[in-house]
Design a protein around this ligand. Structure first.
Ligand SMILES: C[S@@+](CC[C@H](N)C(=O)[O-])C[C@H]1O[C@@H](n2cnc3c(N)ncnc32)[C@H](O)[C@@H]1O
Length: 224
């Protein structure tokens, strides 16, 4: 069963901002820059696991037409409010079974969503299925940093400060205690690139970039 984000939707944006010290916005902007800088012009983009719609908003600022999908109705309710002003289409849909024709989108993004997929390869192959040839799929995901100098600070922050913030801001310590464990369990770097390669035969190129000491990873995948 995927984790149900409905319970934390109302405080999700505020907690994200505080927890990442505002870096989440910068990371999304970086992802958007990557998705639009492929060889082909990028007009319409699918944002998978769009949550409260922050990535959709960043895509709109770059002039894209955006469709956002997510499993959580409460998260989407917030995205709809942001999107109505800005004309984003959002709908309930499962990343592992996307309700779109093959090769429908010039670009696909997914920020902090893949870690929550029940069947990771299925979700990735679906995202690549709906992407046009030559288009880019860009994924952002949190990761434990490699550096042994950074790691103690990271552990202290994620194991103590984040659950405390979760309790203070969302009134939900458990949801944010689960976060560091789920980050640690999720494949990162080359291990994740291998999974991406296994999910489709149509990959031309894929690479990763470490953001903020590797606390966030950006994966750029080009479809052939
Ligand atoms: C950590 S939030 C990220 C939200 C947003 N992308 C952002 O940048 O803040 C993860 C989101 O993934 C969604 N999600 C998890 N599994 C999903 C799936 N199989 N299909 C669609 N959405 C999914 C959750 O409902 C949740 O809104």
């Amino acid at each position: 069963m995927p984790y149900n984000f409905d319970t934390i939707a109302r405080t999700y944006d505020r907690l994200n901002r505080v927890m990442t010290l505002g870096l989440d916005r910068r990371w999304r902007r970086r992802a958007v820059k990557e998705v639009v800088s492929g060889q082909q012009p990028v007009v319409n983009v699918l944002d998978v696991a769009c949550g409260t719609g922050d990535m959709c908003v960043e895509l709109l600022k770059r002039g894209c037409t955006v469709t956002g999908v997510d499993l959580s109705e409460e998260m989407l309710a917030i995205a709809k409010v942001k999107g109505e002003r800005l004309k984003v289409k959002v709908e309930v849909a499962d990343a592992e079974n996307l309700p779109f024709e093959e090769e429908s989108f010039d670009g696909v993004t997914c920020a902090f969503g893949v870690r929550n997929f029940v069947h990771l390869e299925k979700g990735l192959s679906e995202m690549l299925r709906v992407l046009k040839p030559g288009g880019r799929m860009v994924i952002l995901e949190l990761a434990t940093p490699d550096s042994k100098f950074i790691r103690p600070f990271y552990n202290l922050y994620t194991k103590h400060v984040i659950p405390w913030l979760g309790q203070r801001i969302a009134g939900n310590r458990d949801a944010y205690t689960y976060l560091p464990d789920s980050i640690a369990r999720f494949p990162k770097g080359d291990a994740f690139l291998d999974i991406i390669h296994h999910s489709s035969f149509n990959i031309h190129h894929c690479e990763q970039r470490k953001l903020t000491f590797g606390v966030c990873r950006l994966y750029v995948v080009e479809k052939c």
